[in-house]
Design a protein around this ligand. Sequence first.
Ligand SMILES: Nc1ncnc2c1ncn2[C@@H]1O[C@H](COP(=O)(O)OP(=O)(O)O)[C@@H](O)[C@H]1O
Ligand SMILES: Nc1ccn([C@@H]2O[C@H](COP(=O)(O)O)[C@@H](O)[C@H]2O)c(=O)n1
Length: 214
Amino acid sequence: MPNPPTPLVIGIAGGTGSGKTTVVDTILKRVGRERIACLPHDAYYRDLSHLPFEERLKVNFDHPDSLETDLLIEHIHRLKCWEAVDVPVYDFAHHTRTSQTIHVEPRRIILVEGILIFYEPALRAEFDVKIFVDTDADIRFIRRLQRDIVERGRTTESVIRQYLETVRPMHLEFVEPTKRYADIIIPEGGLNTVALDMVVARIEALLGREHLSA
Ligand SMILES: Nc1ncnc2c1ncn2[C@@H]1O[C@H](COP(=O)(O)OP(=O)(O)O)[C@@H](O)[C@H]1O
Ligand SMILES: Nc1ccn([C@@H]2O[C@H](COP(=O)(O)O)[C@@H](O)[C@H]2O)c(=O)n1
């Protein structure tokens, strides 16, 4: 029996609200969920249940230290060795890790998504393909405002305050500069069909070649 091929690891970075999740969803739909293991960096936010709720609100969630990146790297290594992993489930309304996990089976393609995934060299080195979703800040802010109120239990005031105090300055310091590491930059995110056609075709070509040589 030949050894199974090492999975291909694709990183999808970009600012908050840029359309990263939409890009991931499109790839999953078009390539097939059964062929892809997904690891959102967001799932690895550190648990803050030891702090009173008011203290949690003061945390800078856009600084690299707020995420347990070592655990994400460990999970990528295990998936690359064809071992399953249990990914944490994060609660954005309470800023805590829940008691649940999502069991992720190893697949030929590993998709990793997050605002800061190209920042730390050790994580950046894991990616075979690096994609940066590039969307203007005003559009990203409007999308985030709508999403955080509907999905993350926030108020308009809290979204604006957080954006001005931490999201925007951290984006300029830690996210935007990592665009230079990208192999592919997708303007306007998840509905850019021309760019997504090229990414999907590349993945299909890789999987198709394996199928033919199997
Ligand atoms: N190209 C687009 N045009 C309009 N709305 C979009 C587009 N891409 C994403 N959205 C919407 O913007 C919001 C944020 O997108 P999402 O993919 O979750 O961004 P991210 O994962 O980068 O934070 C979602 O409500 C999504 O439906
Ligand atoms: N408790 C938390 C944890 C994270 N955030 C924000 O999430 C943003 C990243 O997620 P995207 O889906 O928007 O890429 C990041 O900008 C953090 O500010 C939060 O608000 N609360």
